[in-house]
Write a protein that binds this ligand. Sequence first.
Ligand code: BES
Ligand code: ZN
Ligand code: ZN
Length: 484
Amino acid sequence: MEAKLIVGTLEQVEADAVAVVLFEEGEGIPGVKSWLDELRASGEFTGKPGEMSVLHQPQGFKAKRLVVVGGGKADKFDTSALRKAVGTVVRALKQKGVKKLAWMLAGGSAAASAEAAVEGAILGNYEPDMHKPSTEAKPLEVFDLVAAAKSPELEQAFQRGVILAESQNFTRDLANEPANKLTPQVLAERAAAMAHEYRLDCEVLDQDRMRQLGMGSLLGVAQGSDAAPALIVIRYQPANPTKPGDHLALIGKGVTFDSGGISIKPAEHMDQMKYDMCGGAAVIGAMRAIAQLKPPVAVTAFIPAVENMLNGRAQRPGDIVKSLSGKTIEVLNTDAEGRLILNDAITYAKKLGCTHLVDAATLTGAIVVALGHVNTGVFTNNDALLGRVMNAAKSEGEKMWHMPLDEDYKELLKSTFADLANIGGRWGGAISAAWFLKEFAEDTPWVHLDIAGTAYLDDAKPFMAKGPTGVAVRTFANLALSWA
Ligand code: BES
Ligand code: ZN
Ligand code: ZN
């Protein structure tokens, strides 16, 4: 889809449809007042979020259709609501043969609105149809964002929105590939191709290299699969870093399929475990955005990529592995594999000199029990880094909730036979999983995002297709961009 920022008026803009937001207690539109009055009087349109009405061949307008979309209460209509409103209209209209949509940006709009609006359009236009040639989805071809006047600031924000949303869709494309198509090696190839396209440095550590280094924890998970593991490392170096000593690591869980291993999962919904690489995919998508938006801080991405399977060489419950950190781990449940691959990536990031660590992982079912599909669970050992991540998430409209990590939880991970057990019992499962990672982050500032509940949608939303959401891509990019 081609996305442009243009200057124009509601009456003059040419498109298959022109859309405008109306609020619950808002004004109408001068030229079509009677139509709107009737809609409001009949109760067909009250202005609630997500409501929509379409007038064909509106008198005095160049566009073929005039679309009004509810914005709810005007004072609650933030950039997050705008992103969703645009996505909702795009998803509704693309099913109706609309190829070119114009969206009226409210008068005197802030740059942040231009960014959110174009993001909503690009995200809403996305369909997971790469393996469905007979697709019924007909994407929009042109999205014009119509402003009253242009400024360099507005143009820059618009372009940033395009890059962020396209990178988020890149992540969704990776995550949508089923596990037979996207093995750890293929994920590494896709990451390397992206890095090459955007002039980033990419290195892929293979099994031999990881064995030499001593990544026994990661390799323990990988040994149950015929698919070879990979540790993908992507580097971005700014021309003029604002704080030359700072080096941000983005770490993403890349389990291309999680069967549970010998502690095998139930059959129901096991197909969804093709999404267990959404953290890794988010990190790769964020690097794609970072390469183009050029933040002032060095960023290195680490994606430990494995398949958690069960063959004759698979790791067993009770096995003890030695991690890169030197700590030994008793593997009491082979399904708690995310923390087993992430700890080696965290230690490796520290060894390479990273000063700030942020990871994203579909780590626990327990976080879904705690927060549902609304908020990502956030854990940290450092309030300053937490503040940065939460601010980034807020300005990108990605909901996140700070979870506790008190010392009292530490004893859950005690093992008689090794330094740590890889599970902490039934209660507070997302917290014991985070505590496990914290044992490896140690004193290095670290934030962990448990995205198990937010990385994919079980059903489509009005503004987004079913499947991977690409959560954390915008937050990661924003975090780097606002580093200063
Ligand atoms: N990949 C899963 C977590 C998950 C669950 C992601 C649901 C998305 C939706 C993870 O590897 C896992 O299996 N965790 C176990 C940990 C347990 C064995 C301590 C879990 O959450 O049940
Ligand atoms: Zn698992
Ligand atoms: Zn998993």
